[in-house]
Design a protein around this ligand. Structure first.
Ligand code: SF4
Length: 304
């Protein structure tokens, strides 16, 4: 299931790239700014600012959309929504207030779009990036896309949290030029509390990638109350430095300061946002993190 596809991207690997976002993630990070990519199934987004509440077309053929009697606003009973009802409502809505996220897509179909910009990849040193969600929630599709890109001599990158069994990842390793891997924390309990995931699984997979000579760039999201303290950032940088000294690789570490650009999407999805509502309050931490990385011999890059 495809979440969306972004052409002319410049932040997810070198050069100009097409980023294929797949749906489904095995973590539930509280700060996630792409909540529409978390589930593997179709999602419905409702934007009340675009709703012409008088029209009520969404209520005609479905039972999960109702008109609120006093205000005329649309009420959505999300727990009862089925895929056919979502599609009916989105088709009926004339204003775009109801939209869907998620499209069943075959590798061949996705590659047709990717190949449209092959000339740009060649001129800029870019290529294909597969992202998510967690792309390896759909390991077969990832492998197919990577192998097709390989046959076309297109550079490949995968952006992953690596929170999946190793056998989902292993078949793809030989076809990936660059791994963009999140390093979010070094303490298992804190990691579990904020992401609902097992840090040991990720650490195991990072080691396996290192053993196979994978070219990794580590990326560190800096999140208020989760890892925005000197001790944690120092530990994360040390972990990255140890990996590079043991297995080699890019020696790069990217810091991604917390932002709230995706917060409104929770509202559109009818979900609660559980993280801070303000951007990072201590920008000096970024200077600290960069200095730590430089002291450990790493190349630090700050991503806006
Ligand atoms: S069909 Fe769209 S515009 Fe009309 S009431 Fe429903 S959500 Fe609003």
């Amino acid at each position: 299931m495809l979440c969306n596809l972004q052409r002319y991207a410049t932040h997810d690997g070198p050069g100009i790239r097409t980023v294929v976002f797949l749906k489904g993630c095995s973590l539930s990070c509280r700060w996630c700014q792409n909540p529409e990519s978390c589930s593997r199934s179709l999602d419905l987004l409702y934007d009340e600012r675009l709703c012409l509440s008088g029209c009520q077309r969404c209520t005609r053929d479905t039972t999960c959309f109702k008109r609120e009697n006093t205000t005329g606003a649309v009420l959505i009973y999300r727990d009862k929504l089925t895929e056919p009802e979502m599609r009916l409502a989105a088709d009926a809505c004339p204003s775009g207030a109801i939209s869907l996220c998620g499209e069943p897509a075959e590798a061949e179909q996705i590659m047709k779009t990717v190949l449209r910009d092959k000339a740009f990849y060649q001129r800029s040193g870019g290529g294909l990036t597969i992202s998510g969600g967690e792309p390896f929630m759909q390991p077969k599709l990832v492998l197919q896309l990577l192998e097709m890109a390989r046959r076309e001599n297109i550079h490949t990158a995968v952006e992953s949290c690596l929170h999946v069994p190793w056998h989902y990842i292993e078949p793809s390793v030989a076809s990936v030029d660059l791994w963009l891997v999140d390093l979010k924390h070094t303490e298992s309990d804190k990691f579990l509390e904020w992401t609902n995931g097992q840090l040991s699984l990720i650490q195991h997979n990072i080691r396996r990638l290192g053993e196979q000579g994978a070219n990794i760039v580590f990326r560190v999201p800096i999140i208020p109350d989760f890892n925005d303290d000197e001790a944690t950032l120092r530990d994360i940088v040390r972990l990255a430095a140890e990996h590079y000294s043991q297995f080699g690789g890019s020696g790069e570490i990217h810091f991604l300061p917390y932002h709230t650009y995706g917060m409104h999407k929770y509202h559109l999805l009818g979900r609660e946002y559980l993280c801070a509502r303000q951007p990072l309050e201590r920008p000096e931490l970024l200077v600290f993190a960069e200095q730590q990385a430089t002291d450990c011999g790493l190349t630090a890059i700050l991503r806006g």
